[in-house]
Design a protein around this ligand. Structure first.
Ligand code: GDP
Length: 312
């Protein structure tokens, strides 16, 4: 295996699939994953970081492959008891999952940064790759819909992405500082590739891009920026990406995502189903991008790293 470092930008479920493939083919310490924290929120007094948790559970092998979120072998006594006493139950928190939110909240209250807490959790869970929040400062994604402005989780979970989206904002992004470990990873002279995972470009990648300094760090890095399309044959594999694109007046297609990333990326990886699509000024790579199992994730990780000339 070649040496060198890799940075991946990731949201939750789609991003974590490729992040797992990268984690499996790279040596311990080669990969840094910069996670979206625009979905973070406070609920029941707890600090919840959904995308960081998806990455932690996925890379630790604790994720629930059937439900697609949360921990496997989860139990729900807390939610049942909470409902019984009239508490808020629209955001599901499993008994095991609760532990991470309680522990994170406790450590943050004790003065640790989100970066420190996340690093402590991933070490305890035996994850070799670094997982870094985009910022230790709060950035909160808000969605303007036909029902007015909604906090992200109210749109995503409580309202199940049903309201029509008109616009998005990332409150706090203008004054947020790029996390020190994220900047260090992007400035590493050994950096060989920057990968934008197949995450929702608008909800998961744009909040990361909105943090001042990120764009400059990407431009300053000599490593190629390689994005994988989350849209295959005009459809999202999961979640509201395609629906949201249509509501924003955009054609849901890999080409539209490539256009969205114009000027930022060097290479755009599309699925075989989109082999003929245009990708603007980027170099196009075509391959199987649907990740149904670990082999698919490893295969896509190899394809993406192959852009750099690495054989892994
Ligand atoms: P979230 O934060 O949990 O919503 O997850 P992400 O933003 O990381 O991922 C959502 C995106 O992942 C959606 O646009 C999906 O189309 C995409 N996605 C999920 N699974 C796959 C897959 O196997 N292949 C590709 N190419 N995209 C995927």
């Amino acid at each position: 295996m070649k040496t060198g470092k890799v940075v991946a930008l990731s949201g939750g479920i789609g991003g974590a699939k490729l992040a797992l493939g990268l984690d499996r083919v790279l040596a311990p310490g080669q990969l840094t994953i910069i996670a979206n924290t625009g979905d973070d929120f406070r609920h029941l007094g707890l600090h919840i970081s959904p995308d960081i948790d998806t990455l932690l559970y996925t890379l630790a092998g604790l994720d629930d492959p059937v439900r697609g979120w949360g921990r496997r072998d989860e139990t729900w006594n807390f939610m049942q008891a909470l409902g019984q006493i009239g508490g808020e139950t629209w955001f599901q928190l499993g008994d095991g999952d609760l532990a991470i939110h309680v522990e994170r909240t406790r450590r943050l209250a004790g003065g640790e940064t989100l970066s420190e807490v996340t690093d402590g959790l991933r070490r305890r869970l035996g994850i070799a790759s670094a997982i870094v929040p985009m910022s230790d400062d709060p950035v909160r994604t808000r969605v303007e819909t036909d029902e007015g402005w909604l906090d992200f989780q109210h749109y995503f979970v409580r309202r199940r992405c049903e309201p029509r989206v008109r616009a998005l904002e990332f409150a706090g992004a203008a004054t947020a500082r790029l996390a020190a470990n994220a900047l260090a990873a992007l400035s590493d002279p050994a950096l060989a590739a920057i990968i934008i995972c197949p995450s929702n470009p608008y909800l998961s990648v744009d909040p990361i891009r909105a943090v001042p300094g990120l764009r400059e760090a990407l431009h300053a890095a000599s490593a190629p920026v390689i994005a994988v399309s989350p849209i295959i044959a005009g459809q999202a594999v999961k979640g509201p990406t395609a629906k949201m694109m249509a509501e924003l007046g955009l054609m849901p297609s890999a080409a539209t995502v490539a256009e969205h990333y114009a000027g930022l990326i060097d290479v755009f990886v599309v699925d075989e189903a989109d082999a003929e699509t245009g990708v603007g000024g980027a170099e196009k790579r075509v391959g199987p991008t649907l990740m149904r199992n670990l082999d698919d994730k490893i295969g896509l990780a190899r394809l993406v790293l192959g852009v750099t000339g690495w054989t892994v």
